[in-house]
Design a protein around this ligand. Structure first.
Ligand SMILES: *Cc1c(COP(=O)(O)O)cnc(C)c1O
Length: 389
């Protein structure tokens, strides 16, 4: 075994089962191992490196901020956090933003906002948050409770109380839960990412929006994975003409630096007041400078390229040999193959392509700006691997 693998196995907590690949460096959508072998990256570090590895424009923005001030804490004013919040609000119509460092933290903030809003408006007993079965909202004890998958809950009970689960796309089931419980908020992913790249039905998304409005329930959309251009709009909810009260995001926002954001609409934007929430690293200037660079570049031209590339992937893979179905939205794609997903990923890595898995699917989350020639090459290799008997 290599020295890196040995050191990792000996000293890093055993929480990850890694693919057999040691990445040394990368540029754009190409990654390289220590032997100099080249790979086309179709995973972006789980949808994080929105413009690929070490993108020049992003790197300049980060370097410039790094040379000015790397951190001050939230006791003082710094420009990148304020500018990023302004940019996000202008592009979404939201009113205020809270910054943390991860998706889980963005969701923790969203849950706190919903609970405080409901407590003040309806009473403290309105604390329940409804989430979907098969969802994924994070690994902290509260976001684990929000995650509607038992396999993540085992060994860690009791989790934070006050979470109720309902089946995706089942409107009567949701109505019944709301009728029989005191509900503060509903949290959904537009496309369940970790759950296997399953988009919700458009009619369900609209129904949840209406149910929230009718019952004054805080509508939270977890855009940690679907957001920041990934699904062909700046945020995936924008495909549906709906108005969420809270949008949480992270992953692709920083382009590779840790940042999470909880966007709040006018209805809930003044719920949090002094001392209600905080994060030492929150709005870190370097991470925010990177995020400003990312968000500024997600324009109509880029989004239409995302849609075009998505259509290409669907047209190549749907109905291809060894592929049962293709799901997803934009450049967030799940492939159900006849062979196990893990086996396909390993074979792809051998052939110089890096996809990911999500449950029983092969998952693709390439950089939003992946060049068409690299995308075509990668898709052909994935197709070949799926077709092999
Ligand atoms: C990844 C993910 C999270 C958790 O984000 P972390 O940054 O790992 O805390 C939450 N929600 C969704 C939908 C995710 O995909």
């Amino acid at each position: 075994m290599s020295t890196l693998k040995n050191t990792d196995k000996q000293y890093v907590a055993n929480t990850y089962s890694r693919f057999d690949l040691e990445i040394s460096h990368g540029k754009g959508s190409l990654a390289y191992d220590y032997d100099g072998k080249e790979y086309i990256d179709m995973g972006s570090g789980i949808g994080v490196t929105s413009f690929g590895y070490c993108d020049d424009i992003w790197q300049e923005a980060v370097k410039e901020q790094l040379a000015k001030v790397q951190h001050t804490s939230n006791l003082f004013y710094t420009s990148p956090g304020a500018e990023l919040a302004k940019l996000l609000c202008e592009k979404t119509g939201m009113d205020k933003v809270f910054f943390g460092n991860s998706g889980a933290e963005a969701n923790e903030c969203a849950i706190k906002v919903a609970r405080k809003y409901a407590a003040e408006k309806k009473g403290a007993e309105y604390y329940n948050i409804v989430t979907l079965n098969n969802s994924f909202h994070g690994r902290t004890l509260t976001t684990l409770a929000a995650t509607g998958q038992d396999k993540y809950h085992a060994h860690f009970n009791p989790l934070t109380p006050g979470f109720l689960y309902t089946d995706a796309n089942d409107i009567p089931m949701l109505e019944e839960i709301i009728a029989n419980n005191k509900v503060a908020g509903i949290m959904i992913e537009i496309v369940q990412g970790e759950g296997g790249v399953n988009p919700l039905d458009a009619s369900y998304i609209k129904a949840v929006n209406d149910i929230c409005k009718e019952n004054d329930i805080v509508f939270i959309i977890d855009e940690v994975q679907t957001g920041n251009g990934r699904c062909g709009e700046l945020y995936a909810y924008m495909h549906f003409g709906i108005e969420p009260d809270v949008v949480s995001t992270a992953k692709g926002l920083g382009g590779g630096l840790p940042i999470g954001a909880c966007l709040m609409s006018g209805k809930v934007s003044s719920v949090l007041s002094y001392g209600d929430h905080g994060s030492t690293y929150g709005a870190n200037p370097v991470c925010c400078a990177g995020a400003i660079s990312i968000i500024s570049r997600i324009d109509e031209k880029l989004l239409s390229e995302v849609k075009e590339k998505s259509a290409y992937i669907f047209s190549e893979l749907e109905g291809a040999e060894g592929i049962e179905s293709v799901s997803g939205m934009g450049l967030m794609i799940g492939i159900k193959a006849t062979k196990p997903a893990g086996e396909i990923v390993n074979k792809c890595i051998e052939k110089g392509v890096i996809p990911l898995t999500a449950k029983d699917k092969v998952r693709l989350l390439p950089a939003l700006n992946i060049p068409f020639d690299l995308l075509k090459k990668a898709v052909q290799i994935i197709k070949e691997v799926c077709a092999e008997g």
